[in-house]
Design a protein around this ligand. Structure first.
Ligand code: NAI
Ligand code: PYR
Ligand code: MG
Length: 438
């Protein structure tokens, strides 16, 4: 069952050994999953803790809160807060200046008249914009809102929290300024024209949550027509991280990914790119299914094999990847002993990893774990550092291998908050980009 309701429960617990364990047990027994626990006050009589809890519904949440209150004498619930909505109040990003203006001399240096000399220098030598402006460190995060996570075509404004989220990750993980651009058109001609008109403000373009099939034409045309890197993250960022997860699973099982039978359920933006990446890496048996014929035709065009149903993929493949946006599409009885199941749809996977493991899978993960956050920050840092004009398959495979080398033994992927993974990806991509120049 999906546990996508996240709340923070602030609880005061009398300082008696074993009291916290009672509270934690009640949460688990009533279907809640404990995330972060912060100690707000440690007193002699009582301790106040902020416990983040995910559960499946408001009814379950009420039962958990009631159960916690009754877990022991003196236990008091001080507040139940919606931390997620709270974190979004006022938006998550803000443009700030890198220089202080404290004196008239500062003003004249960073603005008029001083700035004019810099403008003329760039006019004489446009390449200098990379050094004297923020352009070379800025990436446009472009969406039309047509495939926001697995929520469907909810429009670009409703998708803004996702774009702001990507901008936060760019900033915090690799120091890139990500600028959301919301387009009120999905027409490929209009999207391409608009991005072409604004691209000079940026060092690269990240396309996000643009649905299939129009995402394919948009990305291909922009890649051809612009001299800066363009990447649709749902396609290639996801493919890089999925390749890394599959390589790690195979490494642990002692098999060669190239000889494994890989099945892809859902051949939209993410699924087709994952299949292409697997074949590019050398996977010989790449099988896929989709409810839309035009999607399966595309897999055939790239050299993959089409199967007729989700059941058939589950029956025949060693590694199964799902990117359909359909919660619960994979039933536990379809899982085969020893299979690797990557159910990557957000916000809710095709099968919960715990259910898949219980049904016999050797490894299982969802889209929270195997997520393009492990790829896109380092990939863009790498190409911006190198001044590259495109993101290529060799760069993406190097990025996947860097993710593999950053993974601790026994894990499928590294922790996204481990800063070294983003640095490793960036270095790997930059190295390949620079070797292409020489
Ligand atoms: N974990 C991660 O890093 C990422 C996860 N995703 C997730 O993948 C999902 C799909 O995203 P996109 O590929 O961008 O969307 P999309 O709309 O381009 O593709 C979805 C595909 O699934 C197919 N599909 C839907 N129901 C199906 C069914 N019952 N059987 C077979 N095929 C079916 C559709 O026909 C379509 O081709 C979303 O939930 C998204 O959150 C996407 C990108 C990254
Ligand atoms: C992670 C992501 O990009 C998605 O689910 O669409
Ligand atoms: Mg996305």
């Amino acid at each position: 069952m999906a546990r996508d309701l996240l709340r923070n429960i602030i609880v005061e617990i009398p300082s008696i050994p074993g009291n916290f364990a009672k509270v934690a047990t009640v949460i688990g027994e009533l279907g809640g999953e404990i995330g972060d626990i912060k100690t707000i006050k440690m007193g002699t009589m009582s301790t106040v803790r902020d416990i983040s809890v995910t559960c499946s519904s408001k009814v379950v949440l009420e039962q958990i809160v009631e159960g916690m209150k009754n877990a022991g004498e003196g236990i008091d619930i001080l507040a139940v807060s919606d931390d997620v909505m709270h974190a979004h109040e006022g938006g998550k990003i803000h443009m700030t200046s890198r220089v202080d203006v404290r004196s008239l001399a500062d003003l004249r240096r960073v603005y008029t008249p001083g700035v004019a000399n810099v403008c003329l220098e760039i006019e004489k030598n446009p390449d200098k914009a990379r050094y004297f402006t923020s352009i070379g460190n800025s990436v446009a995060i472009v969406t039309d809102g047509s495939a926001i996570l697995g929520l469907g075509n909810i429009g670009p404004v409703a998708g803004m929290p996702v774009m702001e989220g990507k901008a936060v990750l760019f900033d915090q993980f690799v120091g890139i300024s990500g600028v959301p651009i919301l387009l009120n058109t999905s027409d490929p001609d209009e999207v391409v024209e608009t991005v072409k008109h604004i691209h000079q403000s940026f060092g690269a373009i990240l396309l996000e949550d643009i649905g299939s099939p129009h995402c394919f034409e948009i990305e291909e045309r922009l890649k051809k027509e612009l001299q800066i890197p363009v990447m649709h993250d749902d396609q290639h960022g996801t493919a890089v991280v999925t390749l890394a997860a599959a390589l790690n699973a195979c490494r642990a099982a002692g098999v060669d990914l190239k000889n494994a039978v890989v099945g892809q359920i859902g051949l939209g933006a993410a699924g087709l790119a994952i299949s292409r990446m697997m074949m590019e890496y050398g996977v010989k048996e790449m099988w896929g299914t989709d409810r839309q014929e035009e999607a399966t035709n595309r897999l055939r065009e790239y050299g993959g094999t089409v199967l007729n149903s989700v059941e058939e993929i589950m029956e025949k493949c060693d590694i199964v990847i799902a990117t359909t946006g359909v919660e619960g599409l994979i039933k536990p009885e379809m899982v085969r002993e020893g299979q690797v199941i990557l159910a990557l749809s957000n916000p809710n996977p095709e099968i919960q990893p715990k259910e898949a493991l219980k049904a016999g899978a050797a490894y299982a993960a969802d889209g929270r774990l195997v997520n393009n956050v492990l790829g896109f920050p380092g990939i863009f840092r790498g190409v911006l550092n190198a001044g590259a004009s495109a993101i290529t398959y060799p760069m993406m495979i190097a990025a996947a291998e860097a993710i593999v080398s950053s993974t601790k033994q026994g894990d499928l992927v590294p922790h996204p908050l481990d800063p070294s993974v983003h640095q490793m990806v960036a270095h790997a991509v930059e190295r390949v980009a620079l070797s292409n120049h020489s």
